[in-house]
Ligand binder design. Structure first.
Ligand code: HEM
Length: 441
């Protein structure tokens, strides 16, 4: 393990701030699987081996908390929702909420997704006729939010979607600003940035209030996550604040991640026509023009592989951090109590020992035979262990449905000049959106 002291890191500060994934990747390439950042009071360990990651996220997960800048700043938005909570309260809420994400509940996701995508395609048909360039990033954000609304809350959020998407992005921008700057003006000061953040938070809170007000107990149909939360509040298991925090968590964690991953998938497909052709062949063969349904998903294997490979190259959650509660020994290295653990799916997914020609987009890495060869913790777009993403199956099903439905009608071509840069915000976002041309099939 190499130790880098504060003064050695100092010259790299601008890069660390603007291109953290690139900096971490370079560290791993130069120094190997273990890098110790010794910055005075902060002892940080950047670990980049599946065995070490497994110990932190799974085997000894109880020793690691989310008491890190990353999650403390995110909690300014999501409060004590599932993503940011810790310990016993987290466990209780996870047990309560888990049933809403059971496989059986995902059955009706295809109707929801088809409805939302088909409405988007009506919009696209008009734009395609005018040869209009579309910001696919924005489109994916809106439809992913609508899917969350219908699937988890039983509500049509299409009217509110543009404003909500903006509020979430503004709030997340502030989180990044707070995480990247050690000294920031207190939130009570009326700086433009503070005011924008507070307005975004207010809009999110208002949206949640409206969701709760319009909620009606339904006698028939499947219980949604919203039904479950409201029932838990009535039973005294959750407070109103808990319900608010979980709803905001689902809005934030449930749409931007999926949307960003889909946007990068479109980008990669546009750059790899041979993969796109193979994908279209699969979709046409399996579906023959009819809308995809739940029963088709096991047959749309290449579609799943394409998305898995996009998640490898552009994992929306590119950074996962933990704080060591007590001392631990990982792969023979001593980790002191209080140390910060840094895990980067972005870097791990490029580890040369596990991923040959790691920068290449090759969906066949995830065919049945090859996928079995990778260690479980070499590929962690959804994290791992008890804190594994609760929406991972939801996201995979949603993505398979959206990709196949859209590709039945359109291919997407890059419209901007030059490569789109990945900007490491809370998720790995395309800088400047993703302008694309719609090419009717
Ligand atoms: C491609 C899409 C997605 C990606 C890449 C993703 C990624 C992740 C990752 C890496 C974590 C673990 C973070 C950590 O261990 O520190 C996580 C947790 C979480 N995700 Fe996702 N996610 C996605 C979609 C979703 C969706 C669709 C939902 C909800 C509808 C969701 C809700 C959550 C929640 C609530 C947690 C916290 C779980 C817990 O700690 O109990 N995510 N996600």
């Amino acid at each position: 393990m190499i130790t880098l002291k504060g003064y050695q890191l100092f010259p790299h500060l601008p890069r660390i701030r603007t291109d953290t994934p690139g900096f971490l990747l370079e560290c791993a390439q130069r120094y190997g699987d273990w890098v110790h950042f010794d910055v005075g009071v902060t002892q940080a360990f950047f670990i980049n081996h599946p065995d070490a990651v497994r110990q932190v996220l799974q085997e000894n997960n109880r020793n690691y908390t989310k008491d890190t800048i990353q999650y403390r700043t995110l909690a300014l938005i999501t409060g004590q929702g599932l993503l940011t909570a810790d310990g016993e309260p987290w466990l209780q809420h996870r047990r309560l909420i888990q049933p809403a994400f059971a496989r059986s509940r995902l059955v009706s996701l295809d109707d929801v997704v088809m409805g939302v995508v088909d409405r988007m395609l009506v919009r696209w048909d008009a734009w395609a006729k005018q040869n209009q360039i579309v910001d696919v990033d924005h489109e994916m954000l809106e439809i992913a939010l609508e899917v969350v609304g219908l699937a988890l809350f039983g509500l049509d959020l299409s009217r509110e979607a543009p404003q909500l998407v903006r509020a979430v992005l503004t709030a997340l921008d502030y989180v990044i600003y707070r995480a990247q700057n050690l000294v920031v003006p207190p939130l009570s000061w009326p700086t433009p940035r503070n005011r924008a953040f507070k307005r975004a938070l207010f809009e999110l809170d208002q949206a949640v209030e409206a969701i709760l007000t319009s909620h009606q107990v339904r006698d028939e149909g499947e219980e949604t996550l919203l039904d479950l939360l409201v029932r838990a509040e009535q039973a005294g298991q959750l407070t109103r604040q808990h319900v608010r925090d979980e709803l905001v968590t689902m809005i934030v964690a449930g749409h931007e991640t999926v949307a960003t991953a889909l946007t990068w998938t479109w980008y990669l497909l546009a750059h790899h026509p041979e993969v796109e052709s193979a994908l279209i062949t699969e979709i046409d063969t399996v579906l023959g023009g009819r809308p995809p349904g739940r029963e088709d998903l096991p047959k749309l294997t290449f579609t799943a592989q394409v998305f898995a490979e996009a998640l490898r190259l552009y994992p929306p959650a590119w950074l996962i951090t933990r704080r060591a509660r007590g001392a631990d020994t990982i792969s023979g290295y001593e980790i002191p109590a209080g140390a910060l653990i840094i895990i980067s799916p972005y870097v791990l997914h490029r580890h040369p020992a596990f991923w040959e020609d790691a920068e290449a987009f090759r969906p066949e890495r995830f065919d049945e035979r090859q996928a079995r060869a990778y260690p479980r913790f070499a590929y962690i777009p959804f994290g791992g262990g008890p804190r594994l993403c609760i929406g991972n199956q939801f996201a995979l099903v949603e993505a398979q449905l959206i990709l196949s439905r859209v590709l039945q009608r359109y291919r997407l071509a890059i419209a901007g000049a030059g490569p789109v840069r990945a900007e490491p915000l809370v998720t790995l976002r395309p800088r400047g959106g993703m302008p694309m041309r719609l090419i009717p099939r």
